[in-house]
Design a protein around this ligand. Structure first.
Ligand SMILES: [Zn+2]
Length: 473
């Protein structure tokens, strides 16, 4: 009868190779194996059951009538049943000396069947042998892991297959494949992971490439953690954060952060922890050429400067629509305000950084292109000149040579002296003075006039009617 014991499922690691799941058969009575307390084990002998099922073989091998036994039987679907404790001697090889220092493993299958043995059977057996090889320090080679057919006949030197000349496991047993599996399970490659682009202790800013290399075992995926939170997973080599776009550190606060890369293999995993600093400058925008609530007309030209990060460009938006863009510094943006109606418009200047940050400045602007210009104020005219007489006054009687003078106040450019409407003298600089020979005029009243002119043609006049006295005899 078969009693299923508890099965231990192990996780292979670099340090220890765990035993595969094994169930115990307690059916044996002890009369088909030799109890031993201490023995040296340095051989593993591979057998084929040549027929039967797992249960059939276990019952048979565990029974007294078989006069044979093995430590283990491996089924077609990879189950392992143990029949004899490892420290005891199982009767499996037809060679007492060989039995004393070996472990016998039966595999359900036929020696001469071309169908051979199943993958599950090979793998389960290889895991078992890997564990045994590590436990007893048995070299994984064909001198130490042998077929029943290679066991010497103790009674007939040169003959093989033990005393009964067995030929199992036969030519369909795939030794190469089997030993490769045993080696892989016995000495699993240690999965190691290294971040190749970020150094521990490094100070990061902007977008940082974060690529990871794994060595040793096969990594099914690499997980990227920031401060303990998984933020990316890559299942394809070369493993990289963000599909190769890098880690945008501007989404992290400035200060210390813990980056972790974790490679997950088949039952194996490895991790690297990186303590790094993040130090990003604030991304900011300054502008010149536009002020909040500014009155604008015609073409408005605005200059912009972006600070703190590499910039991809600056755009000028009016009422939410882009009207000007400049991709290279120094950034100059133009807006023809005549394209919008007069009044308040929402102008914003927007800079974007290569690390995908946005710096914005909002400026309300009042457009006034069509406001009527007030009429230009007339130039204040200079005060009109004033003219005062002279030594010729109204009602005066004159004779002979008359001394005729005038005084002016204000900007006078020219003064004319006229007698009876005829200009007799013209002066362009002071003193305004002339002489008039009254004796050339007929005796009687005459009209004497002084006219002062400004440069722009304004005039002041002073008129005096004088009487020319008749000549004295
Ligand atoms: Zn055998």
């Amino acid at each position: 009868m078969l009693v299923l014991g508890c099965a231990l499922v192990g996780v292979p690691s670099a340090l220890a190779v765990s035993r595969p799941p094994v169930t115990w058969s307690t059916a044996g009575s002890g009369s088909n194996f030799t109890p031993a307390l201490h023995r040296t084990i340095d051989r593993i002998v591979i057998h084929a059951t040549d027929g039967g099922s797992l249960i059939g073989n276990v019952s048979w091998l565990a029974g007294d009538r078989s006069e044979a036994s093995a430590h283990y039987v491996v089924s077609r679907d990879g189950q392992i049943v143990q029949l004899v404790p490892l420290h005891d001697i199982a009767w499996h090889s037809g060679n007492r000396a060989m039995n004393e220092h070996s472990i016998g493993i039966e595999h359900v299958g036929a020696t001469d069947d071309p169908a051979g043995f199943t993958t599950a059977e090979y793998r389960a057996s290889a895991r078992l042998v890997a564990w045994l090889a590590r436990r007893y320090r048995i070299p994984v080679d064909r001198r130490h892991i042998i077929g029943h057919a290679e066991v010497p006949d103790p009674f007939h030197p040169g003959a093989l297959g033990g005393s009964a000349h067995h030929t199992d496991p036969g030519r369909y047993w795939r030794w190469g494949y089997y030993l490769k599996l045993v080696r892989r399970f016995a000495f699993p490659k240690t999965l190691k992971v290294t971040s190749t682009t970020i150094e521990p202790g490094e100070t990061l800013a902007g977008i940082v490439p974060w690529r990871v290399r794994t060595t040793g075992g096969k990594a099914a995926r690499v997980e990227f953690l920031v401060d303990g939170r998984a933020v990316w997973s890559d299942a394809r080599r070369p493993f990289a954060f963000g599909g190769g776009r890098g880690l945008n550190t501007t989404s992290l606060s400035n200060g210390t952060h813990v980056l972790t890369v974790r490679a997950v293999g088949r039952g194996d995993r490895a991790a690297q922890r990186l303590v790094v600093g993040v130090a990003n400058h604030t991304f900011a925008l300054t502008t010149a050429g536009v002020r909040p609530w500014q009155k604008a007309k015609g073409v408005l030209q605005v200059r912009a400067r972006a600070l703190g990060a590499k910039t991809t460009g600056v755009g000028l938006y009016v009422d939410g629509r882009v009207v000007s863009r400049d991709r290279t510094a120094p950034y100059t943006l133009r807006w023809d305000t005549r394209r919008v109606h007069d009044g308040l418009h929402r102008v914003s200047l927007v800079a974007t950084s290569t690390d995908r940050r946005v710096a914005k400045r909002r400026v309300p602007v009042v457009v006034s292109n069509h406001v009527r210009k007030p009429a230009p104020k007339p130039k204040p005219r200079s005060a009109p000149p004033q003219i005062t007489s002279a030594n010729v006054t109204d009602g005066q009687t004159v004779a002979g040579t008359v001394d005729w003078r005038a005084h002016t106040i204000g900007p006078v450019a020219r003064v004319e002296f006229a007698v009876d409407g005829v200009v007799v003298a013209r002066q362009t600089r002071e003193p305004w003075a002339t002489t008039w020979d009254a004796s050339t005029a007929t005796p009687g009243p005459h009209r004497l006039e002084v006219d002062a002119y400004t440069r722009d043609g304004r005039k002041a006049a002073l008129v005096a009617t004088v009487t020319v006295a008749p000549p004295t005899p």
